[in-house]
Design a protein around this ligand. Structure first.
Ligand code: NAP
Length: 487
């Protein structure tokens, strides 16, 4: 099937069809695509799980779980019923080879088959192998794999190698939903579609870059997985490094998937590997203790369900990264992510160099120009500039130019999962990670993990509801910078 072509018939098979990701994100996204007529008419969606349910029981489960995650204005009983007519369920323990026959019977032989692997990654190899055995992996098959793909470079390589035994690289969609966000995609247009930014998008015009992905929630029911991972593996290895790549990459020669991914790979390969001294100086590990989050008293990480009493897992990371190339020499990239932070907020801040000389003296209002790219909870791109306050005198006043179409366009903004699922259906790989990219990201992360062990770097405690350990602010202060935190 040609890339960028909408197939006539489509079977989407969700392994992990009863799981949190499926009912909270994937099925609501597919409902929206259905509602807006974006799915081929003969699309079917097959959920897979181990519960010995029939189709009706699955439909009841999905209705109970998914509807609250669909915008209320978009939901109607009639549309939901039409959407549900596309759904089916196959009970199948993926570790049991004999059970796969049921799946084969449930699928149409001529349809494009999208296999979405929303299970723990240690099941991916078995699933791919069995799909191959029953003859479902051919030119009409695509596979989508969720993060985290591995826990280090060696395990990521092993999983990639297993998947590659059955699927060609151009059939593998490694998803990072941050790449599906409108604003992240818009950042590429802003950078490469406007002549004014390119000359400034480098050292020394840029003073520093901050990338924050802050969550207000705690570990919730994910401790079983999370405690073995921690924030560096769960968030930095994928989401934050992908955002860094979009900010830092050179202009690709085209929007073809490999051209874009080649440029992202170069950025990952230009990240300076940290030695022990760098790790000690430039990374901060944290773990939340009890505090007040969004007005309510909340327990510390160690008091959360299923967290081992003496866990040293980090729920917060801040670090300074160096990109060793001509564009970014000496420009600090600060990355920060954590749970139970003051609020849910994901943003990229590009801070431009200050005026070398101010004819306005030391006006307290004089602020550096910043490009503020907000990804969560709302998406927006704003350029902070100085203007004259109206009236007599030359008083300075900061203003924000809005650089996206949120308010002026009536066009619907699809959510990241809907956008990326449609890319999979249409065979567009640009916003998915290639194997070498993913491995390069782990190659940079592994020494940090090992260094923390060697240095016996214990997480510093921070109160739930704060912005993380004080050492995170100190990391910025060394560069005379501060984290951009708007109340
Ligand atoms: P989850 O709620 O624990 O769901 C796991 C799913 O896997 C369930 O549907 C479970 O089905 C199925 N499963 C487990 N063992 C199976 C087996 N032997 N045979 C068949 N099905 C089996 O996990 P999740 O939160 O949805 O996450 C799924 C994957 O996506 C994980 O790798 C996670 O890291 C990744 N992810 C999740 C999110 C998120 O927001 N949740 C975001 C990004 C990435 P039954 O128990 O019904 O059999």
């Amino acid at each position: 099937m040609n890339a960028d072509a909408t197939p006539q018939a489509l079977d989407i098979v969700i392994f992990g069809g009863t799981g949190d990701l499926a009912f909270r994100k994937l099925l609501p996204a597919l409902y929206m695509a259905h509602l807006h007529d974006r799915l081929p008419a003969s699309t079917r969606i097959v959920g897979i799980g181990r519960q010995a349910w029939g189709r009706d029981a699955y439909l009841r489960f999905i209705e109970e779980k998914s509807v609250e995650f669909i915008e209320s204005e978009a939901w109607s009983q009639a549309d939901w019923q039409r959407f549900m007519a596309r759904l089916d369920y196959v009970d199948l323990d993926v570790t049991q080879a004999a059970a796969y026959g049921k799946l084969q019977q449930a699928l149409s032989p001529d349809a494009l088959r999208v296999f979405y692997l929303a299970t723990a990654p240690d099941l991916f190899a078995q699933i791919c192998a069995q799909l191959h055995v029953i003859g479902l992996v051919d030119d009409h098959a695509r596979v989508v794999v969720e993060k985290p793909l591995g826990t280090d470079l060696a395990s990521a390589r092993a999983i990639n190698a297993e998947i590659a035994r059955y699927f060609r690289e151009d059939q593998i969609y490694r998803i990072d939903h941050y790449l599906g966000k409108e604003t992240v995609q818009n950042l590429m247009v802003l950078r490469f579609g406007n002549a004014i930014f390119e000359p400034l998008w480098r050292a020394p015009s840029i003073r520093g870059v901050q990338i924050t992905v802050a969550e207000a929630v705690g570990v919730g029911s994910r401790a079983g997985f999370y405690d073995g991972a921690g924030a560096l593996r769960d968030m930095v290895q994928n989401h934050l490094l992908q955002l860094l790549c979009i900010v830092a990459m050179e202009p690709p020669i085209s929007l073809n998937p490999d051209d874009v991914r080649d440029e992202k790979l170069k950025v990952l390969r230009s990240l300076r590997t940290m030695d022990l001294a760098d790790i000690k100086r430039d990374t901060v590990r944290g773990q939340y203790s009890a505090g007040v989050s969004e007005g309510a008293a909340v327990p510390g990480y160690l008091q959360e369900a299923d967290v081992p009493a003496h866990s040293q897992t980090e729920t917060f990371v801040a670090l300074r990264a160096h990109i060793d190339n001509a564009r970014w020499a000496n420009v600090p990239f600060f990355l920060r992510t954590g749970k139970r932070l003051q609020k849910r907020q994901s943003e990229i801040i590009i801070e431009f160099t200050e005026q070398p000389f101010s004819i306005f003296g030391k006006s307290p209002s004089l602020q550096p120009n910043r490009l503020i790219i907000s990804l969560q909870p709302e998406e927006s791109i704003q350029l902070a500039m100085m203007v004259k306050e109206p009236g007599s005198g030359m008083n300075l006043h900061p203003v924000r130019l809005s650089l996206d179409l949120q308010e002026t366009s009536s066009k619907r903004r699809a959510d990241a999962y809907e956008r990326l699922l449609m890319d999979v259906i249409k065979g567009r790989l640009t916003h998915f990670m290639r194997r070498d990219e993913l491995e390069a990201a782990w190659r940079w992360i592994d020494p940090i993990l090992a260094g923390w062990q060697t240095l016996d770097e214990k997480p510093r405690h921070y109160a739930a509801g704060s912005w993380g350990p004080a050492a995170s602010s100190a990391l910025m202060a060394r560069e005379n910078l501060t984290w951009f935190e708007e109340s």
